[in-house]
Design a protein around this ligand. Structure first.
Ligand code: ADP
Ligand code: MG
Length: 260
C-alpha cells in the first residue's frame, strides 16, 4: 500500500476555519492517501453540561464514568464524526466515518482504573482502513474503541481513548509517511512563548518533564514519539491558519517538527 498521511484534527477544526476540509478534499483529489483522526473534548464538555452530568477530576484529569462514556461515545462517534464526514463529502470529497469499535479497528484495555473508562491501545487492526483507502475513501476515525483486552465482566465494551494517542498508534500501524497534528496554537513553545520549530524526541520529553509543555500538548508529543518508532515525519501545526495543512504538505509549514 502506498504511503499514507495521517492527520489529527483538534478543537480548531470545529471552529470557523474550514480550509482544513478544503485541503483534505484537494489532497484527496491529487491522489494522496489520507487518514483523519479527530477529537472532540470541548464538544463533550458542552454536552455533559447540557445533560447536567457532573465531572469528577483525579490529578487534574477527567474521570470517565458510565454516564460520561455514553456522552463521549454519542458525541465523538456521532456528532463530531458526522460533521467532519459531511463537510468532506459536501465539498466533493469521499469520506467514510469509522470509530475504533468498527471493524475492531482499535483494541484497548483500561489504562488506569482511577480514571475510569479510558482505554490504552493494545492493537490496531488496519484491515478496515486499507479497505477504505483502496476503495478511494478517506477514513475519518473517532477515538472510541473496542474493549477487547483484560475486560472485567461488568465493564463496558467501549472505552474512550485520547484522540492524539489514537493518531500516533494509527500512524505507526499503517506505516504512515507523515503524522500531522492540527491544533489551536502555532506549535510547541518554550517557557517564553517562542515557537520551537524542531525538537528531538528527547528534547520534547524534557519539555514535558520540566512543565514547559502541559495539558493537551502532552499527548501530542507522546503520539509523535510513539509514531517515530516507524519511519514517519511528525509535526504539530496551527489549524487556525488558513490552509495550514496544504502549506505543511507543500513544505511551507510553520509549526514544530519532532524527530527521532
Ligand atoms: P487540541 O484540540 O488540538 O487537542 P488541546 O487544547 O488539547 O488542543 O492542546 C493544545 C494546547 O496545549 C494549547 O492550546 C496550549 O494551551 C497547550 N500547551 C501546553 N503547553 C504548551 C506549549 N509548551 N506550547 C504550546 N502549547 C502548549
Ligand atoms: Mg486535545
Amino acid at each position: 500500500m502506498a504511503k499514507v498521511i495521517a492527520i489529527k484534527i483538534g478543537g480548531a477544526a470545529f471552529d470557523s476555519n474550514d480550509t482544513t476540509i478544503e485541503d483534505i478534499v484537494y489532497l484527496q483529489q491529487q491522489g494522496k492517501l489520507l487518514v483523519v483522526v479527530h477529537g472532540g473534548g470541548k464538544l463533550i464538555t458542552e454536552w455533559l453540561s447540557r445533560q447536567e452530568i457532573s465531572t469528577r477530576f483525579v490529578r487534574g484529569e477527567r474521570v470517565t464514568d458510565k454516564a460520561t462514556l455514553e456522552v463521549a461515545t454519542a458525541v465523538l462517534a456521532g456528532l463530531a464524526n458526522k460533521e467532519i464526514v459531511a463537510a468532506i463529502n459536501s465539498l466533493g470529497g469521499r469520506a467514510v466515518g469509522i470509530s475504533g469499535v468498527d471493524g475492531a479497528l482499535i483494541q484497548v484495555r483500561i489504562e488506569d482504573i482511577e480514571l475510569g473508562y479510558v482505554g490504552e491501545v493494545v492493537k490496531v487492526n488496519t484491515e478496515p482502513l486499507e479497505a477504505l483507502l483502496q476503495a478511494g475513501y478517506v477514513p475519518v476515525i473517532s477515538p472510541v474503541s473496542l474493549h477487547s483486552f483484560d475486560k472485567p465482566d461488568d465493564a463496558p465494551q467501549i472505552l474512550n481513548v485520547n484522540s492524539d494517542l489514537v493518531a500516533g498508534e494509527i500512524a505507526a500501524a499503517i506505516g504512515a509517511e507523515r503524522l500531522i497534528f492540527l491544533t489551536d496554537v502555532a506549535g510547541i513553545c518554550d517557557q517564553s512563548g517562542k515557537l520551537l520549530p524542531r525538537l528531538s524526541a528527547s528534547e520534547a520529553e524534557a519539555l514535558i518533564a520540566s512543565g514547559v509543555v502541559s495539558g493537551g500538548m502532552i499527548p501530542k508529543i507522546k503520539a509523535c514519539i510513539r509514531a517515530l518508532a516507524t519511519n514517519v515525519t511528525t509535526c504539530i501545526i496551527n489549524g487556525r491558519q488558513p490552509h495550514a495543512l496544504l502549506r505543511e504538505i507543500e513544505g511551507q509549514g510553520g509549526g514544530t517538527t519532532i524527530y527521532k
